[in-house]
Design a protein. Structure first.
Lengths: 792, 139
């Protein structure tokens, strides 16, 4: 690979974002046919990554990197190895057909351009995630997938169910993302490395660090929420509210696999420990069983597929959790197979919905004549999903059973779980692919007929690929499975795949396969009874509570807790705010002195001139007047007296600027306070009880005393002249000004002042708004003066 | 408060105060003064004029809404930091333009523009608060 080709990877990751920007314009002009043009973008990305397949299968890895925020070690850095190549190919390849499919599915939709944009944004996020080398890059793209999937699931935002599903997906996966960030930060702190490619060079670094357990659980938190593992599985079926192209893309091939991707990526670093081989299979197995059982209960095609997706993810996690090489190989194969058949089946379900008007499997039947092409695609995909030869799903299942039977621990349990799960998977595959097409023709809401090429191009291609990859086992094994498995186990590994089992007698996986098929066929034969049974069990005690309801409860609790806190802290009473502010101030200035005992010594009283004493006296008289004043207005004016006295003191001690400002501020405060009094109709007198007055008095005295002591302590420190000297020296020579205060304000510390005047402006706006809110305009009075004011 | 004497004097007083505030603003770089104090003086002038002659006449006199004055002040203050960027210096590095105008040395500078911005912000913000509070009793 040449360096320029590697660098093009950066462009390949950014290309979907560029496409997202132009998609609405193209769609405005070309309508749904824009899909043909837009699909070129993922097709080009696919072609680009296909170029990496050869070198990567020879064990090479590549890093493409651009510096982003080097101070924080955040680089836009992408890592191409077996694992990321296969994922990038799946995302861009399936993405190409999804774009085409979306063109047909949302034909004539007024927001189709926006939909394309969202899809591309998601595609870019997903590509960045699976290629991310720098942990920060990886995390940013990880969260981007959550945000873009929020947009996609909530695309039909006028429906409450869509909005709820979107928020649920965002909260669950976004929350998991934050846990993941904590895990990443911990990895960075412990190892000092931010690049995945560097971390993989020394795989034992985390396992030996002593922080393995917390890191393990934090990473798991991210992976399990994203990949919808039990008990976080509930968001994925709810996300079926999204338009079908979204389900086909996000919830089968790509986004939900992000968690599995992370586990696979981290396997060399975190895997093969007792913790790993215990926790992952338990949760993965539970998810597999829960997913398949819940899938049986559904009658909606999309929901059935959604629950089997949950189940498949559980299977993958279980397999990765064994850390056994054959099981990992099975996981890799199953992941590829699943992406192909599930993407195809989702699109088939969407096509049926689009053309027949319903997705309810009990209301569908006999569509094979009306939709022959879709029927073919559905059959091929379902056979692969059922694990029947000669499809990639069959090979995956064989290898998978090799893996579970040979697993170092709990092989029996793993195998039983896998057999039951796969049998139920077969049931669903048959129900989705056969029921709507075979049997007597059922009247559907719409007159069903074959969809346009935009709709069937995707399912046909993907389902045929499931066949092609199985027939070319050597090619598949060498170029895709082998390199990907090498990334998982952390050393170059060759795989040997067999479409035809090498021997038949005593071949345990083959026998398990046959048992699976037999069990599946029996269950499918009794599907209606099975569905009724599951429904009966679930409508018992489990009906009233489940993770989905639990989510609502948690959200409701968070909302009520925050409103309790808000009401306590922000009760809308000025008195509380002022009291809190001053108490905190008082504690802040008094506590350090109290704890350290470092009270300042009282300074010697300097001798003052008689006029200085006079000014002190005026200040004191002003204060006494405040205390004894009968009305609030008098108190305000009296406080002004004290302020003027302080201004004069400033003047006497050589701070004319300060004195000047103090004088103006005092004047304006008195004027504005007096205006507030009259404007807001405050009672002229203070009606507080003696106790309340005492409390505020104590607070006031404490704050005053604390500030005085602090000032005394500060003035007793030796005076550091370096700043004064600097400003005295340079104020004239650099800033051309003799008034040092002003020069500091407008020149040396100009940006501070800029911030301050911004605050003043905002404060003015807020006060204006507050005044308007609190005194509603009289309705019958002539509104002209107000209007004039606003217009002016 | 609205006695005949006050109402007669207030316009002249306000005019003088505004004039004085501009004087204070401009001398600020070398003598006590500056945009902040100048702005406070001008805002007081507006408040006095409003108390004496009604808010409506103040709003007529200053043409635009006082908050717009504050916004404009913030705008030119921020703008005054930009010229230095053209000379590849950091934001808000002061730039000076000195020339003779009828035998008088005139020194114009970006800090001066900035100070005028501060002045306008203070006039606008404080003035609009005062006027809003005066509004009811005068109209």
């Amino acid at each position: 690979m040449t360096q320029s080709a590697i660098d093009t990877t950066l462009l390949a990751v950014l290309a979907p974002f560029l496409a997202a920007a132009i998609a609405p314009f193209l769609t405005r002009h070309l309508k749904h046919n824009a899909a043909w043009l837009l699909a070129l973008v993922p097709a080009w990305i696919f072609w680009h990554f296909a170029g990496f397949v050869g070198p990567v299968s020879n064990g090479e890895t590549f890093v493409a990197s651009r510096s982003w925020a080097p101070i924080y070690r955040v680089d836009l850095s992408f890592f191409v190895d077996g694992l990321s190549t296969v994922f990038a190919l799946l995302i861009s390849g399936i993405g190409t057909f999804i774009i085409l499919y979306a063109g047909g599915y949302l034909k004539g939709h007024p927001q189709q351009g926006r939909f394309f944009s969202f899809l591309f944004l998601f595609m870019g996020a997903m590509l960045g995630l699976v290629l991310g080398n720098n942990l920060f890059t990886l995390f940013i793209f990880w969260e981007l997938t959550s945000i873009t999937s929020f947009l996609l699931i909530g695309f039909d935002h006028l429906r409450a169910a869509s909005r709820r599903a979107a928020i649920q997906a965002l909260v669950v996966t976004g929350g998991g993302g934050l846990v993941l960030l904590a895990g990443f930060l911990m990895i960075i702190t412990v190892t000092g490395q931010v690049e995945m490619s560097v971390l993989l060079q020394s795989p034992d670094i985390i396992r030996e660090s002593g922080f393995y357990v917390p890191i393990f659980f934090l990473i798991l938190g991210g992976a399990f929420t994203k990949s919808a593992q039990f008990p976080f599985h509930f968001w994925l079926p709810n996300a079926m509210e999204a338009p079908t192209p979204v389900s086909a893309f996000l919830h089968s091939a790509t986004m939900v696999k992000a968690g599995v991707y992370l586990l696979m990526r981290m396997h060399p670093l975190l895997g093969d420990t007792d913790l790993w081989t215990t926790v992952l299979p338990v949760f993965g197995g539970a998810t597999l069983l829960v997913g398949t059982i819940l899938a049986v209960r559904q009658t909606d095609l999309k929901l059935m597929l959604a629950y089997t997706t949950v189940a498949s993810l559980g299977l993958l996690v279980m397999l990765v959790g064994t850390s056994y090489e054959r099981a990992l190989e099975g996981a890799v194969l199953y992941l590829i197979a699943h992406s192909l058949f599930k993407g195809a089946l989702f699109m088939v379900a969407g096509t049926i919905d689009h053309e027949a008007g319903t997705r309810d499997v009990t209301k569908l039947g006999g569509l094979r004549g009306a939709m022959p092409i879709t029927f073919t695609a559905a059959c091929l995909a379902a056979l692969s999903m059922s694990g029947l030869p000669p499809f990639i799903g069959f090979i995956a299942k064989e290898v998978l059973y090799y893996g579970t039977t040979g697993a170092p621990s709990a092989a029996v349990w793993l195998t039983i779980t896998a057999v039951v799960g796969n049998a139920l998977m077969l049931v669903i595959a048959a129900a989705v692919a056969i029921k709507p097409f075979l049997g007597p023709k059922v009247e559907t809401p719409k007159h069903a007929h074959e969809g346009p090429i935009l709709l069937f191009a995707g399912p046909v291609t993907l389902s045929f690929l499931g066949l092609v990859l199985a027939l070319t086992t050597l090619f598949t094994g060498h170029f895709f499975v082998g390199p990907m498995l090498s990334s998982l186990v952390g050393k170059p590994t060759e795989v040997e795949l067999h479409l035809v089992p090498p021997y038949f007698i005593g071949n345990v996986p083959l026998m398990l396969s046959m048992a699976t098929v037999a069990l599946g066929l029996v269950l499918f034969w009794q599907l209606d009874r099975l569905r009724a049974l599951v429904a009966a069990i679930l409508s018992g005690p489990l009906r009233s509570w489940g993770p989905d309801k639990g989510f609502d409860q948690v959200i409701a609790e968070i909302v009520s807790l925050s409103s309790v806190i808000t009401r306590a802290l922000q009760n809308g009473k000025m008195q509380t705010y002022m009291a809190l502010t001053f108490i905190v101030t008082g504690v802040a200035v008094l506590l350090p002195g109290y704890l350290t005992g470092g009270w300042p010594a009282m300074p010697k009283m300097p001798s003052y001139h008689f006029y200085e004493w006079g000014i002190f006296l005026i200040a004191v008289i002003g204060l006494i007047a405040v205390l004894v004043a009968k009305t609030r207005l008098t108190a305000i004016v009296s406080l002004g007296i004290q302020g003027f006295a302080v201004a004069i003191i400033f003047m006497l001690y050589g701070a004319p600027d300060l004195a000047f400002t103090q004088l103006m501020v005092e004047t304006l405060s008195v004027v504005i306070l007096a205006l507030v009094m009259t404007r807001l109709n405050l009672t002229p007198r203070d009606h507080r009880s003696g106790g309340a007055a005492l409390v505020t008095g104590v607070i006031a005295l404490a704050v005053g005393l604390g500030l005085a002591l602090t000032l005394i302590a500060i003035t007793q420190q030796p005076f550091d002249r370096s700043l004064s000297d600097f400003f005295t020296e340079y104020s004239r020579s650099i800033a051309h000004g003799r008034n040092i205060v002003n020069v500091i304000l407008v020149d040396f510390r100009g940006i501070d002042t800029l911030g301050e005047i911004a605050v003043v402006t905002l404060a003015g706006l807020c006060v204006l708004a507050l005044i308007r809110v609190h005194t509603p305009r009289p309705k019958d009075a002539d509104p002209a003066p107000e209007k004039k004011g606003e217009a002016a | 408060m609205r006695t005949v004497i006050f109402r007669t004097v207030a316009p002249y007083l306000s005019a003088l105060m505004v004039l004085f505030s501009i004087f204070v603003l401009l001398r600020g770089h070398n003598e006590p003064g500056g945009g902040f104090i100048g702005g406070l003086i001008a805002a007081s002038a507006l408040a006095i004029f409003g108390i004496a002659c009604g808010v409506a006449s103040v709003r007529r006199a200053i043409v635009v809404h006082p908050m717009s004055i504050a916004g404009f002040g913030l705008f030119i203050a921020a703008l005054s930091g930009l010229p230095s960027l053209f000379k590849k210096q950091t934001f808000m590095t002061s730039q000076w333009l000195e020339f003779k105008f009828f035998d008088v040395d005139v020194a114009l500078s970006t800090p001066l523009v900035f100070d005028i911005g501060v002045y306008l912000v203070v006039v606008g913000a404080i003035g609009s608060i005062a006027l809003a509070l005066e509004e009811r009793e005068s109209d």
